[in-house]
Design a protein around this ligand. Structure first.
Ligand SMILES: CC(=O)N[C@H]1[C@@H](OP(=O)(O)OP(=O)(O)OC[C@H]2O[C@@H](n3ccc(=O)[nH]c3=O)[C@H](O)[C@@H]2O)O[C@H](CO)[C@@H](O)[C@@H]1O[C@H](C)C(=O)N[C@@H](C)C(=O)N[C@H](CCC(=O)O)C(=O)O
Ligand SMILES: Nc1ncnc2c1ncn2[C@@H]1O[C@H](COP(=O)(O)OP(=O)(O)OP(=O)(O)O)[C@@H](O)[C@H]1O
Length: 496
């Protein structure tokens, strides 16, 4: 088993409930020593303050008994929660969610002020950008926080959400401080901004990559989604903005933000950091980077697609802003071994190229297929689907994007969750059927991958889109182990 980094600091904080209540301009009805904080009853460790918040399906106060049994010494909650809690001393504030990030940072002694923090937001490329930042930093001690989890000094530390809730995040920051981390590059989701998960500290640099259709089950429309992300680019959250002005929303944000701005472009726009002389090849892209004050450095991005050049430029612009040398950063990026499930090349001795990619949004499907077209001599074959219990409107658009850019589209299942898989496939097919190429529907993800392997020849590229690094398929509410990479290798080997 891989060794994992701890998720709580070794140096345990000690606060009385009264001290914490005072910090929130509140009072408490008992005494006790608090040594940590958690937001979910199942994360509580002895000595924690349990933060009981109202949720979409229940009020956290309903789990105060569980929290107590796990060793919680008190509850932070709102008046509604207080009416439900009987078993633990309380600190009551009107806006418990508003208080939790500030208090979490206070409990662990503002740990993120000990290192440089880079917050990365955008619809696509957050994970890739943080991983490229880790590679760019080479021997400097770094941490990444995001969808694949947290890594501290390249060691995994479990975390679940793309942007963890503040109690978990601040504890991880405290571990990073103990590990003498110099830079933490983290993904900042729009959910996190709306829910105040990154309140309580200020990023040194905030990065905007792009904005496209996503999460319209959470945000009421694209404008609402944009404004949620734009909040990161205010003094409450960040000191400096690094913005991709090739993206229309990026251009708008650069004009809107009150922060000092550094811009970047791979598309010939007048930006502070520019990619020129871009030379794509089968394994990645070579180019030159032009920066402020006559900086010029060669860069070799070892991941295919111009969008990865954009991600790499975001890394150089943001870390140069934080004081790192662009030439060293470029040298570090060239050593990147890639990101699990992001444009991941699978080689099991087959005559065609096989790629597993986490593209699960229409723009990502387009970006991936556009990137692979110039390096594919034969046909582009994509296996694609759409997740259940999420934004239905996205499904035909996924099919449409695939059909517009691939020669063969195999529409299949992609985490149907509790929904009927055939109905989701029909939605995706309704978009895929409009393209110039061949669109076929195959029930069952394994069967669809087998179909792609069976039809691929020398010179073709097969893309298995959607799940990337993930290890399971939720079908009728039950998780079934499934790894695209393993299944692909198994099917290639058994086809030989
Ligand atoms: C829509 C959303 O963001 N929901 C979040 C929200 O859940 P909720 O309001 O439904 O909470 P609830 O289940 O009613 O529970 C109420 C409270 O009781 C607590 N509880 C609940 C059950 C229990 O046994 N014990 C317990 O303590 C919960 O921690 C919560 O504080 O509050 C919970 C506690 O913090 C979060 O875990 C939960 O995230 C869920 C898991 C989630 O899937 N969020 C996704 C949508 C998300 O945030 N995604 C973004 C990235 C998206 C992307 O870019 O792809 C992310 O940053 O990960
Ligand atoms: N800058 C970009 N522009 C467009 N597409 C991109 C970009 N970077 C990555 N992609 C595509 O999006 C997919 C997801 O990339 P990545 O995981 O880095 O994004 P993310 O923002 O972290 O996504 P999520 O929040 O859903 O985890 C990649 O596998 C690739 O297909």
């Amino acid at each position: 088993m891989t060794e994992e980094m701890r998720v709580r600091p070794d140096e345990v904080p000690q606060w009385t409930l009264t001290e914490l209540a005072n910090e929130l301009d509140s009072t408490t009805n008992a005494e006790g020593t608090v040594t940590g904080i958690s937001l979910h009853s199942k994360h509580v460790v002895p000595g924690d303050l349990y933060a009981a918040l109202p949720g979409a399906s229940s009020h956290g106060a309903a789990f105060a008994g569980v929290a107590k049994a796990r060793g919680a010494v008190g509850v932070l909650t709102d008046p509604e929660g207080a009416a439900l809690v009987t078993e633990l001393p309380e600190i009551i504030v009107d806006d418990a969610r508003g208080a939790i990030a500030k208090l979490s940072s206070f409990i662990y002694g503002d740990p993120s002020s000990s290192f440089t923090t880079i917050g990365v937001t955008g619809t696509q490329g957050k994970t890739t950008t943080t991983y490229l930042a880790e590679a760019a930093l080479g021997e400097h001690k770094s941490a990444v926080v995001g969808t694949i989890g947290t890594r501290i000094g390249k060691m995994p530390a479990p975390s679940s959400l793309t942007t963890p809730e503040a109690p978990q995040l601040q504890a991880l920051f405290a571990v990073m401080r103990e590990e003498a981390i110099e830079v933490c590059a983290m993904e900042v989701s729009s959910h996190a901004l709306v829910q105040g998960r990154v309140d309580g500290f200020v990023f040194d640099v905030a990065v905007f990559l792009n904005l496209g259709r996503d999460h319209l089950d959470f945000h009421k429309d694209l404008e609402d989604y944009f404004l949620a992300k734009a909040a990161l680019f205010t003094p409450q959250h960040s000191k400096h903005a690094v913005i991709n002005i090739d993206d229309a929303h990026g251009k708008r944000l650069a004009e809107l933000t009150p922060l000092p701005v550094t811009t970047f472009s791979t598309d010939g726009n007048q930006a502070d950091w520019r990619a020129v002389n871009i030379r794509p090849h089968r394994l990645g892209t070579d180019l030159e980077v032009l920066g402020p004050n006559g900086v010029e450095v060669p860069l070799s991005v070892p991941l295919p697609g111009v969008f990865n050049v954009s991600n790499a430029l975001a890394v150089i612009a943001s870390l140069a802003q934080a004081g790192f040398d662009p030439a060293e950063l470029a040298a570090g990026i060239a050593t990147s071994t890639g990101v699990p499930g992001r444009m991941e090349r699978i080689d099991a001795g087959q005559p065609f190229t096989a790629i597993v990619d986490y593209a699960h949004k229409p723009d990502a499907v387009t970006a991936v297929l556009d990137a692979l077209r110039p390096v594919t001599a034969g046909r582009l074959i994509i296996v694609i689907g759409a997740g259940g219990d999420r934004d239905h409107g996205k499904r035909p658009l996924m099919g449409e994007a695939a059909a517009k850019h691939a020669d063969v589209v195999i529409v299949t299942d992609d985490n149907p969750r509790k929904e009927n898989a055939a109905a989701i496939r029909a939605d995706v097919m309704s978009g895929a059927g409009n393209g110039p190429g061949l669109a076929i529907e195959v029930a069952g993800r394994r069967e669809a991958i087998a179909q792609a392997v069976a039809m691929a020849h020398l010179g073709d590229t097969v893309v298995i889109a959607g799940k990337g690094h993930e290890r399971g398929q939720e079908i009728r509410g039950k998780i079934h182990p499934f790894d695209d990479r393993e299944v692909l290798i198994e099917l290639i080997e058994s086809a030989e």
